[in-house]
Structures are given as C-alpha cells and as structure tokens.
Design a protein around this ligand. Structure first.
Ligand code: FAD
Length: 348
C-alpha cells in the first residue's frame, strides 16, 4: 500500500527515500516514480553526469553549510549500508584552491568536520590561487552508485520503483498516498502543478580520460572559471576533467573548444596528469573516453525544501534545486524533506 511517493530516481530521490526509511517509514509503503532510472541517459536526468565528489562548490548560507556537513558525516553509513567502497563511493585526497579566499564562515565550517583538513602553504599553491586546503573528500562513481542505491532500496528493502512520466504532480497520488515528495530536479521547471520558473539549468561539460596514475582530486575556483579533476572510484581508471558553469544553457551538445579549454586548464592545475601519463606527456597523448554535458538543476533563491497542503489533507513536499551539489549536500536535503513529510501537523 503506497502511503508515500517519491518522484525522482536521481540522487535526491534516493537520499530522500533512505531518510524516510531511517525515520521509521516501512519501505513497503514507499513507491519511487520516475521517467528516468539508473542506467538511462538523458539530458533531463542529471545525476549520472555528475563528477562527482565532495568539494567546496557550495555557498555559505547556514542551510547549505549544514546540508554539506550532514551529508559528509553520513556518507560512511551510506557506504557501509550499500556494501563498502565498491558500491561506487570512496574517500580520496583532495587539493582545493581559490583565487580569492572564501568567507570565514565557510572555512570555519569545513574545518570543523573535514577529515585531514589542512591549509596549504603559500608557496605550494598552484598558479592563480591565493588560498588552498587539502582534505579527504568523498568521491562517487555516479552511474554505479545510483544503480547500487536503487538495488538496495528496491531489492533489499522492498521499495517499489515505477517508471512513469508525469505531466502533473497530482498524478503521483496513488489510491492510498498521503504524502508525495517532489525530487524532480530540472523537471520541476515544467512539471504541471509545480512549473517553478525559478528553476534553470547550469550546464556543465566534462571530459573523461583514462588515468591510472591519478588517485586524487584537484580544484581551482576563480571568478570566471571552475577547473576540476575528479577521480572516479572503481571505474577502470576514469578521471573526470571539468568544467563549465553556463547559466540558462539547455543544450545537451558538446563543444570541441570547451574540451580543449578543459584539457588545458586541468593539466595546468595538475601537471601530474601529463607528466606521469603512461601513454606520453602531451595533451594529444591523453586517452579520451568520452565528452558529455549535463544540466545542474539550479534555482534562483536556492534549493526548495518546502511543504504544501493539497486537497483532502494530502501533503506535497518539494525537494529540488540541488544545482552542482546534489551528491555532497543531498543527504542533508533529504533529511529535511523527510522530516517535513513526517512531522505532525494540525492541518491533518
Ligand atoms: C557536469 C556536472 C558535474 C557535477 N558534479 C557534481 C559533484 O562533483 N558533486 C555533486 O554533489 N554534484 C555534482 N553535480 C550536480 C548533481 O549532479 C545534481 O545536483 C544532482 O544530480 C541533482 O539530482 P536530482 O535528483 O535533483 O535530479 P536528477 O538526477 O535529474 O533526477 C530527477 C529525477 O526526477 C525524474 N523526473 C523529473 N521530471 C519528471 C516527471 N515529470 N515525471 C516523472 N519523473 C520525473 C527524472 O526522471 C529523474 O529520475 C554535477 C552536475 C553536473 C551536470
């Protein structure tokens, strides 16, 4: 009997479902409805395209800082639950750098929980950086992790997963459903009954290369560019190189000039990519596996985690707008959405 429906089988839908179960909801009472499921590829399904790791990409408002921290501190539990690092989630060293020092509130927050947090000495900073840190990050093999998360929820716990495209959010209410949680990502822009005009894409392009010699992450944030190197765990040596942050660009196309720019920037930031490449030390020697683009589900005003009362005492909770940080902040977002979904209300 489906009392709870989660719309969306991206990382936000899965973290939210996990949190509902942790808070006592029987998995048998939960159905996940989604147009796209793990293994699918579509520009309207962002989660498989993420880099994806825990970085310092997020802002410094109190909610976001808390979502990051809660997620970072809960990923060990997720890894253990899904069967250890081969589920597609592992810890990796990260080297993160900024052109301009981030706000103190951000630094203080990161310092309070990141494992092996250390500030980088000025003469060890890469070109273009004035501040940097090293720490242990969480890295995701996104397609593998999503597939394993689905298997855990569906086969090990008994959640129902249903492929269906909804044109209106009201279609998510099955005969016994009291609560729907809307985790539709970029889909929230046009789903009937939601149609949130504040949702917009931040397009990214990444280049995936084979790099057995790289086992770490490197980042450089400047006013105009986001340059990143992310090791994909248990992926047969894949390394993700990025990237771009193009607001309001909906295209799934990829562009050769962006690929060239990404290769130039990432190899300048992390020269070891070329220096220790077994196939040779020029950009042309890199083995490119694929080039892809994805749409980060951004939202003016930030994420929407909000509860609405709809007809006949039914509840609709929204949980979308994770932009470039669904993996690293999404557990915290899912915890809040599940809390809102379950809290007692005089309106019921
Ligand atoms: C290039 C790139 C790099 C990134 N790197 C990172 C990173 O390193 N770390 C990080 O934390 N994040 C990263 N992100 C961001 C991250 O990928 C997103 O925040 C996250 O995937 C959003 O997840 P979601 O579940 O909200 O959306 P999605 O993954 O898009 O899932 C939405 C789900 O809702 C379903 N849906 C939507 N509309 C409907 C409908 N009408 N009917 C039925 N189902 C519907 C879809 O089918 C899908 O199942 C990156 C993103 C990109 C593009």
């Amino acid at each position: 009997m489906t009392k709870y429906v989660v719309i969306g089988a991206g990382i936000i839908g899965f973290y939210t479902t996990f949190n509902l179960i942790e808070k006592g909801v029987s998995p048998k009472d939960i159905t996940i409805i989604a147009e796209y499921l793990p293994g699918d590829e579509s520009i309207n399904y962002t989660s498989p395209y993420a880099g994806g790791n825990f970085s310092c990409i997020t802002g410094d408002d109190p909610d976001t800082l808390a979502f990051d921290k809660i997620t970072y501190l809960n990923l060990q539990k997720i890894q253990d639950t899904l069967g250890g690092p081969t589920c597609g989630l592992d810890k990796m060293p990260s080297f993160e750098n900024w052109e301009t020092r981030p706000a103190d509130v951000k630094i203080e927050s990161l310092k309070s929980y990141l494992v092996d947090y250390k500030e980088t000495a000025a003469n060890d900073l890469p070109k273009g950086a004035s501040f940097g840190i090293t720490f242990q990050a969480w890295n995701f093999n996104c397609p593998k992790f999503l597939a394993n998360f689905r298997t855990y929820l569906e086969q090990k716990r008994g959640v129902t997963v249903l492929r269906k495209k909804l044109t209106h959010v009201s279609q998510a209410y099955l005969p016994h459903t009291k609560v729907v949680i809307n985790c539709t990502g970029i889909g929230a822009h046009k789903l009937g009954g939601v149609a949130d005009s504040k949702v917009y894409p931040t397009r990214g392009q990444v280049v995936v290369i084979k790099a057995p010699h790289i086992q770490e992450n490197a980042f450089l944030w400047t006013a105009d560019t986001a340059t990143y190197v992310i090791k994909r765990p248990y992926s047969n040596d894949q390394l993700i190189l990025g990237g771009f942050m193009e607001k309001d660009n909906w295209t799934a196309d990829t562009f050769a000039d962006q690929t060239a720019d990404i290769l130039r920037r990432t190899t300048e930031l992390h020269p070891k990519i070329l220096k220790e490449n077994p196939a040779g030390s020029s950009i042309e020697d890199l083995e490119i596996i694929r080039v892809v683009s994805g749409l980060r589900p951004s939202r003016h005003g930030g994420v929407r985690i909000e509860k609405e009362f709809v007809d006949e005492g039914k509840i609709l909770v929204h949980n979308y707008g994770a932009s470039g940080y669904g993996y690293q902040a999404g557990f915290g977002m899912g915890e809040k959405a599940a809390r809102l979904a379950l809290e007692k209300s005089s309106k019921l």
